[in-house]
Design a protein around this ligand. Sequence first.
Ligand code: NAD
Ligand code: GLY
Length: 388
Amino acid sequence: MNSPNTSAASSKHDGIDTLHVELSERRYPLYIGAGILDSFGEYYRQHQLPETVVVITDSHVERTYAAQVQRSLKRAGCTVLLIVVPPGEKQKSFGRAEAIFAELLSRRIERSAAIVAVGGGVVGDLAGFIAATYQRGIRFVQVPTTLLAQVDSSVGGKVAINHRLGKNMIGAFYQPDFVFADVQTLSTLPRREIICGLGEVIKYGIIMNSEFYYSVAMLHEKILARDASVLQSIVAACCRMKAEIVAGDERELGRRAILNFGHTIGHALEKAGGYSTLKHGEGVLLGMLAEAWIAVKLGALPQHSFDVLKEDIADIPLPRLDEFSFVFDELYATMLIDKKAKAGEVRMVLPTDIGAVTLPQPVGKKLLRGAIAFLQGYCKSRSAKSSA
Ligand code: NAD
Ligand code: GLY
């Protein structure tokens, strides 16, 4: 795997990739390795973090990775309180946050404690939101266990819960003390979740590195087979790219918005499917295709680059979508409350090539309607092909 050419500092020792996110006031490390979870406690203590630790996790990884982290912390002399939530997006809610605050307060967890999130992006976003707000902010560490969380959500400090009117609408920028990603944990991740992570991996290639894009396209099978050494290189490469973007624009005042490529239409599709027909990464894969279609119509993206993307996405297994019919007006209403929308106009990041994108641009309703019609046809033809 070729490392993308970025400025984020990195090194490799004892098989562990160490990168840094350089912020204006401090830097923090991302450790990426295979089979490193047992040593989590040592790393935690090296960072001189509090002895009292609250591990927040979900019930799918409670007995495996959360238990491993808990044992490792105890060996390192920490006292651990474990909080387990059910799995799923619905946990990013006021109700769940309130229940966790109540538990922390009734257990008299003080400001001097730390929170460690063990799980996917749902646990990371929820636990990060609790860490950012409990007693005005306590120390925080991310231990991501999904591909999506390892390449994206655990890095960069976005933490949030959902509001009934919109996803991730209540939150903060709250950076962790460090991120500890063990790719071995991905061996138990369901294939569908690996595909969701692959969506975000492909996104990095399109937005900033064509060489990375083409090398990943050759590796879809190995990624789906959870090859640990391929996964470690990919997670490290994606984290390097994300670290570089976050270092330049921590609070998304400009370039960080490119990470949102595919998400304007992707989020609308996810919502239209009730967050169950399509998962986040699947929505992003389809969203990238539809947004690339718009870029072709605007003359921003050459047709042959679109064809490459379309062919690569055709290779990726997605759920059957022939029953998934979406209503344009509903999708449009969701796009209008997307965080990039301005003055009543939908705005989105558009690719200009494989490896390059624009900042968010306004896109008119007619073009959006065309893109959604294209996508509806695409979903039907995919399903027809897979059932042929
Ligand atoms: P998720 O957290 O729901 O995890 C997916 C599923 O995998 C869950 O059922 C979980 O219990 C299970 N799981 C986790 N690790 C496992 C493992 N190693 N083995 C077996 N099962 C495992 O979903 P996700 O895709 O990780 O994250 C999606 C969330 O991330 C969304 O809420 C999205 O908004 C958020 N997100 C945040 C950012 C950010 O910058 N903060 C970026 C992208 C996405
Ligand atoms: N996942 C988008 C961001 O971190 O900005």
